[in-house]
Design a binder for this molecule. Sequence first.
Ligand code: URA
Length: 210
Amino acid sequence: MTKHLTVVDHPLVQHKLTLMREKDTSTAGFRRLLREISLLLAYEVTRGLEMTTRWIETPLCEMEAPALDGKKLALISILRAGNGLLDGILELIPAARVGFIGLYRDPETLKPVQYYCKVPSELEDRMVIVVDPMLATGNSSVAAIDLLKEKGAKNIRFLCLLAAPEGIERMAEAHPDVPIVTAAVDHFLNEHGYIVPGLGDAGDRMFGTK
Ligand code: URA
């Protein structure tokens, strides 16, 4: 397992995740919980953002106060379920730049094929956070990160809600420099590629499809 794995075991995260796992949670409830949990996960994944100081005046005196530095960070959503994590994070970091990567699995080769890619410029100067709620096989995450590295990204982090050991292993092999932040590591992937116990298909549950 990668050294760069952080499981956010905060009680609020764990409680909300339990509610999301329950099969009878409504689409509206699932969406609301995902937005709330993404705020809490965003707090963890953005640790280590570049800082500077600037002089400000409080009502009492002047002080040199900490402030964010560097280029605005880039959030990259892996379509379509990644979009569910975006809203909460953007509430916390409204100036973030946002990109989208769409991948489908070729039925013959079973390899991920890119069908859409629109990402912010100057990735080499930004913290880049790739978001996808479910780290299952890791194939699409690895392909998305390959692409971002080709475009110059150097400081990449991966944020998910649930991870399977198989996906963590795959990411550690392909991108050992990319820290992973997740709310939980589940038991295994079943024969259909679902994380067990998991929460089902994250995209279907957040968009009310199927
Ligand atoms: N994608 C999902 O939405 N759910 C899983 O369990 C695995 C991949």
